[in-house]
Write a protein that binds this ligand. Structure first.
Ligand code: C2E
Ligand code: CA
Ligand code: CA
Length: 788
């Protein structure tokens, strides 16, 4: 496991650890030092005591020897044998010696000649043997000792040192001689002293910094710490020994010194023992403290870790965490801040989420919410997609505020049904009827229709609300997308056919299948010349004459028969075949124009071109070449384009429109009112004509709003210098109304349905709007009429 040095917990722990070790070390060394001092003092005082004891022993022994020697000197028997009986002197002297168990006894005459000298040999052992000096009457080596009264001296003899007291033997007048008794300062003596003082004791002569070791048998035998036979005197500088020297006296002018000593290690044993237990104690304290440090570090960082965990939870989107950080004021404040923050994030997130699933305008759940709710739907149910018709017109003519009001109003009316309701896009709503089946679709629709009500008054303007509804019934589970596709395609059909509702059935999808087949066939159709043009007259309302027709393409399908352009124009656009198709139409129209001309009628032709064409620079150039050659066909042909051509594709389409306009090609805006462009925008394109979409015209007589829109459009267009065409005129009254309002042209079933070229020719002959070709028949040369 890797230790994280930057973790707060570890930092605190290591800080404590360091502190503890430091404190323990200081305490250890100071205690150790004090202990050492104490030991030294103790040693010094013990040495001192031992020293006093030694002195005391020596003094007592001296006193004893002196007292005995003086007593013996006064003995008349001894006096007698000293002077007279040299033979018995030794016996007598020995008897005295025995009395005090002295190690040496000596008798000296007044001439300082040694008369007898008795010495206990092997004095270290219990078996004693007496040795006498073989020679008699030899001169005593230390005559100076005899002059004083009793004298205590240290007498060295044959390697041994004796504490000796000599007392004069005298009668009333004269000194007769001397007797002396002494104890050997031998091994036994030292041993006894050692026992008494607790120290080792040695004896040495100190001469000019030079030590002569006299007696320290024990030391010689003992091994301390590997140092064998070391004299403490020689190694006085040796720190391993504690010692004290006491001067006892002098031998041959050399100080005789008793040394009390001890190897320090032996003392240290105790001290070491103490140290050991002290170390153990320190180790235990350290361990406990470390445990404590760990607990403290953990408890200090615990609230922080909790806060960290909390913020992780917040990151994961869990906001209802409560934490306990103990009773530290600052941490509590922090925890409160966290709690507030959680709440703030929670409510902000809630708001954002609601926005994502809610439509702003209607406050209804949106498409996202629909996807969410799908899982909870219970089968069977009826799903309706409701489309507000011509919402764009309201936006355009009355302003977006009105459009928004319309949407809100529809939403409010639908809410009354208290069914699950969604606002999925600008003019679309989804509504679900639970436990409804196919048989109850009609009931659902009439409930919807009733809720909507057609009339809506806005600032004294009566708006007519019209809806198309796509319906699907779910008895088993479709995918959300499939469900929406079903209601949408049903709704598109309701919209296209302008009916209240369309129930989805598989036929709709089969139509899509047909569509696929059409896609495959379309290319061949152009090559096979399977298309034909129908012509629908555009009536000039100023002179009530037809001077122009709109060319409308149809597909003469070998199997399916005549197919309407609504079914394939889109496909051609999406499969990139629009250029070919449009060129075919243009060529066909030109041919027809000349054909009619040949027949004596001068009919201009309006041709529809798709937005795709306007994006194709080559196509536009071709058009210019074709129309602006020597025949100046640009007077005979005009082109209808829908608004989305330039709304969707912007600059390129606009550039091409301007190019066509620069060559005086006549352009007309088709289906005006179904898109989003305003008249001002169209004006900038400098087109010449505006075709009001048929959806405004078809019900003109029953829709006051349509009248309002159409009349204002005519007025505005005229102000902008545009010619106005109304398409979808289906009755006489509408035609009259349009004429009244100064509309320039009218087109519609009332005048004529789109007709094949020949039929149109005949229609024109018989129609009251007929145009007499002969009036302008000679405007083009014969040569030109042959071209097709
Ligand atoms: P559009 O350009 O708006 O053409 C007018 C459509 O309205 C024609 O449908 C016509 O038959 C229909 N119509 C005319 N008068 C009335 C009326 O009084 N009442 C009703 N209900 N409908 C009327 P059509 O021929 O089916 O053409 C549909 C669309 O196909 C055209 O709409 C046009 O956008 C497109 N289209 C037709 N031919 C061509 C073509 O050659 N090239 C291109 N690019 N599009 C074409
Ligand atoms: Ca048209
Ligand atoms: Ca149109």
């Amino acid at each position: 496991m890797e230790i994280q040095t930057n973790s707060l917990k570890n930092k605190i722990f290591f800080f404590f650890l360091l502190l503890l070790v430091l404190v323990q070390a200081i305490s250890f060394f100071s205690t150790n030092y004090a202990k050492q001092q104490e030991e030294q003092q103790r040693l010094a005082s013990q040495l001192n005591k031992a020293d006093s004891l030694l002195k005391n022993v020596v003094e007592k022994q001296q006193y004893y020897l002196t007292a005995f020697a003086e007593t013996a000197a006064k003995d008349s028997d001894l006096q007698h044998v000293l002077i007279n009986d040299n033979r018995n002197l030794r016996v007598s002297l020995n008897n005295y010696r025995k009395q005090i168990d002295a190690d040496i006894a000596i008798a000296i005459n007044s001439d300082a000649e040694v008369l007898a000298e008795l010495k206990v040999q092997n004095s270290n052992s219990d078996i004693k043997r007496l040795a006498t000096n073989p020679q008699s009457n030899y001169q005593f080596k230390h005559p100076q000792w005899l002059t004083e009264n009793s004298n205590s001296v240290y007498y060295q003899l044959e390697g041994e040192v004796y504490q000796l007291t000599i007392a004069p033997v005298s009668d009333a007048n004269n000194t007769l001689g001397y007797v002396g008794f002494g104890y050997s300062l031998n091994e036994k003596w030292f041993t006894e002293l050692a026992t008494l003082t607790g120290f080792d004791v040695g004896l040495g002569l100190h001469n000019n910094n030079d030590w002569q070791w006299l007696s320290a048998q024990q030391i010689k035998n003992r091994t301390v710490d590997g140092e064998a036979s070391i004299s403490p005197l020689i190694t006085a500088a040796n720190n391993n020994y504690a010692f004290s020297n006491t001067r006892l006296g002098v031998i041959n002018n050399t100080p005789l010194v008793a040394t009390i000593y001890h190897h320090k290690l032996q003392f240290n044993d105790r001290y070491n023992q103490y140290n050991e237990s002290f170390m153990i104690m320190i180790a235990v304290i350290l361990f406990i403290s470390l445990l404590g440090a760990y607990v403290i570090a953990s408890s200090v960082t615990k609230p922080l870790r909790r806060l960290v965990k909390l913020s992780r939870n917040i990151t994961k989107g869990k906001y209802s965490n409560k934490i306990n950080v103990g009773n530290t004021k600052e941490l509590n404040q922090l925890a409160e801040q966290f709690a507030d923050m959680q709440q703030a994030i929670k409510s902000r997130e809630k708001a954002i989420t609601e926005q994502a699933y809610l439509d702003n305008l209607t406050a209804l759940p949106n498409r996202n919410q629909f996807y969410r709710d799908m899982h909870d739907f219970e089968l069977p149910f009826v799903l309706c997609q409701l489309n507000i018709r011509r919402l764009a017109d309201f936006n355009d003519t009355l302003g977006h505020d009105v459009g928004d009001k319309v949407i809100q109003e529809v939403a409010n009316r639908l809410k009354v049904l208290t069914k699950p309701l969604y606002h999925t896009s600008g003019n679309c709503f989804l509504i679900r009827f639970d436990e409804a089946t196919i048989s109850s679709v009609k009931a659902c629709i009439s409930a919807l229709n009733e809720a909507i009500e057609p009339s809506f008054n806005y600032q004294n303007i009566a708006l007519h609300l019209q809806v198309n509804i796509g319906v699907t019934v779910s008895v088993d589970w479709p995918q959300a997308n499939q469900l929406l596709k079903e209601v949408d395609s049903a709704m598109q059909i309701a919209k296209r056919d302008n009916i209240l509702y369309q129930l989805y059935d598989r036929q709709i999808d089969l139509n899509t299948l047909d569509r696929l087949q059409l896609v495959n066939r379309l290319k061949i159709a152009i090559e096979n010349n399977e298309f034909t043009l129908y012509y629908q007259p555009k009536l000039n309302l100023k002179n009530s004459k037809v001077e122009q027709v709109e060319a409308l393409v149809r597909w003469q399908h070998p199997v399916n028969g005549l197919i309407s352009p609504d079914s394939f124009i889109h496909i051609a656009e999406q499969t990139g075949q629009m250029t070919a198709l449009s060129l075919w139409v243009i060529n066909e129209a030109i041919a027809q124009y000349f054909a009619w001309q040949a027949k004596g009628i001068e009919i201009k032709i309006a041709i529809n071109i798709s937005p795709e064409n306007l994006l194709n620079d080559d196509f536009c150039q071709l058009l210019v070449d074709k129309l602006c050659g020597k025949r100046t066909l640009n007077k005979a042909l005009s082109f209808e384009i829908t608004e989305d051509a330039f709304v969707d594709h912007s600059s390129k389409a606009v550039a091409n429109i301007n190019k066509l306009r620069a060559h005086n090609i006549y352009l007309s805006i088709d289906d005006y009112g179904t898109g989003y462009s305003s008249l001002a925008q169209l004006k900038n394109l400098s087109v010449q004509e505006l075709k009001i979409d048929k959806s405004f015209i078809q019900k003109l007589m029953v829709e006051p709003v349509d009248q309002l829109i159409v009349s204002s459009t005519i007025q505005l267009s005229h102000q902008l210098g545009l010619s106005v065409v109304a398409e979808g005129v289906e009755d006489k009254l509408t035609l009259a109304w349009l004429k009244e309002l100064n509309c320039d042209k009218a087109q519609g079933y009332f005048i004529s349905r789109p007709l094949p070229a020949n039929d149109f020719y005949h229609w024109l002959q018989s129609s009251e709007y007929g145009y007499l070709a002969s009036e302008s028949i000679n405007t083009l040369t014969n040569e030109e009429t042959k071209v097709s």
